[in-house]
Design a protein around this ligand. Structure first.
Ligand code: CNA
Length: 262
């Protein structure tokens, strides 16, 4: 058993929380990889939680694909009209705030997130790679002109569904990556470069089934980083992780902060 001292307090590393706190204390180039699970306690459902995920409804699942959007843009925006307030009114959770704090402490290099909700930025995080895009902007599917979320929201509120470009009248789409679409290459490659320099990858709230993001833990392991997984359900990397915290994120973060004094 390892014995370390944090702020004068002896810290045993016998349990998973203690081991995770120890690795976070030891690391200076942490990268966090976050998924929808980090935002469920902010009121935004994830995709794959068995009892509450968006994917329990096959129609919603279909609308989040590139072919679903192309075939039924009206359905996509009707769903958007229902869901947008959840995203816009959500507040950062303890876990978002914890990561922002680790960055301010100079321990966390960056966050790679699959989320489109912008909650890391709301929490004060500065280096955030949004590899699945975000809701802040949209663009015309015809002339590619950019527009803001406010413009899209206004059109939806006026029942212009789907919203159309003021110029060429083609359908506007949000700047998110739908299933079946490639990731923004520049952002993803930059994120991978960060991984090559990290000494600890902290994965929070992801099922790790969506590629290419699901390869990120592998890249970190290949570059000798430690791996901590925090997720309520098992993932494909559990056997290779240094610590698996199979528990609720909020509970784990409170315990980590308590034990580690972060
Ligand atoms: P996912 O596949 O839905 O996995 C989420 C994981 O989090 C699941 O394994 C859950 O068991 C776990 N989880 C959920 N809540 C908690 C909790 N409170 N404590 C512990 N574990 C929990 O989502 P991924 O992020 O892995 O999949 C990638 C998709 C989801 C991306 O394309 C995202 O854009 C998309 N998404 C994003 C949001 C958002 O921005 N908040 C919401 C829904 C979906």
């Amino acid at each position: 058993m390892l014995e370390v001292s944090v702020q004068g307090k002896a810290l045993s590393t016998e349990g998973p929380i203690e081991r995770a706190a120890h690795f976070i204390k030891e690391a200076f180039n942490i990268v966090a990889l976050t998924g929808a699970g980090i935002s469920t306690s902010a009121g935004i459902p994830d995709f794959r939680s068995p009892e509450s995920g968006f994917f329990n409804d096959p129609e919603t699942m279909f609308l989040f694909t590139s072919w679903g959007f192309a075939q039924n843009p009206r359905g996509f925006y009707e769903m958007g009209k229902r869901l947008l307030p959840l995203f816009l009114n959500a507040k950062p959770t303890k876990a978002h705030l914890f990561l922002a704090r680790l960055e301010k402490m100079g321990r966390l290099r960056c966050i790679i997130t699959q989320n489109i909700d912008g909650l890391h930025q709301k929490a004060g995080s500065e280096r955030v790679f949004e590899v699945h895009g975000n809701l802040r902007k949209g663009r015309c599917t015809g002339c590619k002109k950019e527009c803001t979320l406010e413009e899209i929201s206004r059109k939806i509120a006026d029942n212009e569904i789907p919203p159309l470009c003021d110029g060429c009248k083609s359908i506007i789409r949000p700047n998110i990556i739908l299933f079946g679409e490639p990731l923004p290459e520049g952002v993803f490659l930059e994120a991978v470069e960060e991984l090559k320099r990290c000494d600890l990858l902290l994965v929070i709230g992801s099922s790790l089934v969506v590629y290419p993001v699901a390869d990120i833990p592998l890249t970190a392991l290949e570059h000798n980083a430690k791996l901590i997984l925090l997720n309520r359900l098992p993932t494909q990397y559990d056997d290779r992780a240094d610590v698996v915290l199979q528990m609720y994120i909020e509970e784990a973060i409170v315990k980590l902060q308590d034990v580690g004094g972060f």
